[in-house]
Design a protein around this ligand. Structure first.
Ligand SMILES: Cc1cc2nc3c(=O)[nH]c(=O)nc-3n(C[C@H](O)[C@H](O)[C@H](O)COP(=O)(O)OP(=O)(O)OC[C@H]3O[C@@H](n4cnc5c(N)ncnc54)[C@H](O)[C@@H]3O)c2cc1C
Length: 109
């Protein structure tokens, strides 16, 4: 029997969701996606949020493959040597492979 591989995806944006869903095509991979919000923000609909015609969010249950485990939390530290991430809630999640999909942002001063 093939050995199972644990993959952790940090960030449930467009890139993280796509990567997580595609990885579930492999039966020997367990995928955990970590994102601070329980809902996916549809940035391409943010103008509709401003206009009042859409709330620009989608429940992850609608867009994540059934085999993707969602953890609603923020990753505060990556321990690459120890192969685990630390969460704001205090827990840790181990991995064999890590996908870093936290998007981009301006640097803090
Ligand atoms: C206001 C706005 C409007 C836009 N409109 C359009 C548009 O109309 N058309 C278009 O093509 N592009 C648009 N873009 C650009 C598009 O949104 C980005 O290119 C796209 O979101 C990038 O996807 P991503 O998955 O790399 O990152 P993101 O979508 O930014 O996703 C990153 C995810 O990682 C999570 N994250 C960050 N840090 C952590 C952490 N430490 N632990 C856990 N999770 C974390 C974030 O909460 C987020 O959910 C827009 C961007 C913005 C800001």
């Amino acid at each position: 029997m093939a050995e199972n591989t644990d993959v952790v995806v940090i960030g449930g944006g467009y890139a993280g969701v796509m990567a997580a869903n595609r990885l579930t095509q492999r039966d020997d991979v367990t995928v955990t996606l970590i994102n601070p919000r329980p809902t996916f923000v549809e940035r391409i609909r943010l103008h509709q949020l401003v206009g009042g015609s859409d709330d620009a969010v989608v429940d992850y249950a609608k867009i994540l493959a059934d085999r993707v485990r969602l953890t609603v939390d923020t990753v505060t530290r990556i321990d690459a040597a120890g192969r685990h991430v630390e969460l704001a809630s205090g827990g840790t999640v181990g991995y064999d492979y890590l996908i870093y999909a936290v998007g981009s942002g301006s640097a803090h001063p």
